[in-house]
Design a protein around this ligand. Structure first.
Ligand code: GDP
Ligand code: ZN
Length: 313
């Protein structure tokens, strides 16, 4: 008998996919027999972790293997360019409810330029971001002022920011609540405490960290397998081993400011359209910076990104 249904892709092993009808966690394997590339996409893996797919499966078979028939439209996704210089890209995860960007005021230093680039990328991908400031047990006494400055900048821009400590468990229960009934991606530079936080959320989880290099097998590619994990307190997480996984996105100079939520809110009032918010008279963004409504730090990041954009052209 053939059974059909709709399930979420939770893992890609290279040879097949593992599906589960979330929120249930009962995995079964599936393959793609026909070609079901999404129209207009040059992606090398048409099906990504997080995709909602229609499948069929022959339940009479001794070893039932599902067949992926169709991919539902994606709410959002993140991609990564292939390692070679081709224009191919690789969708690494889709249908994310949020990304947790983990930073710390302790070690390692997380540069603001990096944070702002990351946030712009998430805006471009239409993925909500929550910033977690980890290791507060180390910074509570000595870095309180820096922590508050950071929080003011990013809350002012419109982001949710939460202080956590994987060590002491501060706000871990709040983090569990956020994760419930949703799919969250964890990201941050190596050493900020990504795996420690995931372990604190659910000590039973075995989350592999670090990239798996297949270079000895394939010559030049480094492949990272992304995978979804169920939290025992509810919800699902995807770990990104290292920040390299998070793709670069082509952003036109004219649209860059639309990925700064605090600029997007006021740019309608700029006298000239389009406005680069650099030299134009009557610019509402520059006015907001002067009035202290937009942080000078964020505005400088914006100018830095515009400058880089010019250099690479
Ligand atoms: P990852 O590379 O982002 O996965 O970082 P890890 O989870 O491996 O943590 C890097 C280092 O920071 C380890 O030595 C952890 O013990 C330490 N660490 C992680 N979270 C905390 C925290 O909340 N407080 C303190 N004091 N150390 C932490
Ligand atoms: Zn302007």
């Amino acid at each position: 008998m053939t059974r059909t249904g709709t399930a979420t892709v939770v893992k890609h092993t290279g040879s097949h996919y593992l599906l589960s009808e979330l929120p249930q966690w009962e995995l079964f394997p599936a393959v793609i027999r026909g070609r079901i590339r999404l129209k207009g996409s040059s992606s090398t893996n048409p099906v990504a972790v997080g995709d909602l797919v229609d499948y069929s499966i022959d339940t009479d078979s001794a070893e039932p293997m599902g067949n992926i028939e169709a991919i539902h439209p994606r709410r959002n996704y993140i991609i990564r360019r292939s390692a070679n210089l081709s224009r191919e890209s690789h969708i690494i995860a889709s249908n994310l409810d949020r990304v947790f960007l983990i930073v710390t005021m302790a070690f390692p230093e997380v540069k603001q330029a990096f944070v702002d680039r990351f946030l712009v990328t998430c805006e471009a991908y239409r993925i909500p971001v929550v910033i977690l400031i980890n290791k507060t047990d180390l910074t509570r006494e000595f870095m309180q002022e820096q922590t508050e400055d950071f929080e003011n900048i990013y809350r002012g821009a419109g982001y949710e920011v939460m202080e956590v400590s994987a060590r002491t468990g501060e706000n871990i229960e709040a983090l569990r609540d956020m994760c419930r009934d949703s799919v969250s991606l964890f990201s941050g530079v190596s050493g900020v405490g990504k795996s420690s936080l995931i372990k604190a959320l659910d000590p039973t989880l075995e989350v592999r960290t670090g990239e798996i290099s297949l270079s000895h097998l394939q010559g030049k590619h480094t492949t990272t397998f992304y995978e979804m994990h169920p939290l025992s307190s509810g919800g699902f997480i995807i770990d990104t081993p290292g920040i390299r996984g998070f793709g670069i996105v082509d952003i036109e100079k004219e649209e860059l400011s639309t990925y700064f939520p605090e600029m997007l809110r006021v740019m309608d009032d700029c006298r000239y359209k389009p406005c680069t918010h650099t030299h134009e008279p009557g610019c509402a963004v520059k006015q907001a910076v002067d009035d202290g409504l937009i942080s000078a730090e964020r505005y400088n990041s914006y100018l830095g990104m515009l400058e880089d954009e010019r250099k690479y052209r």
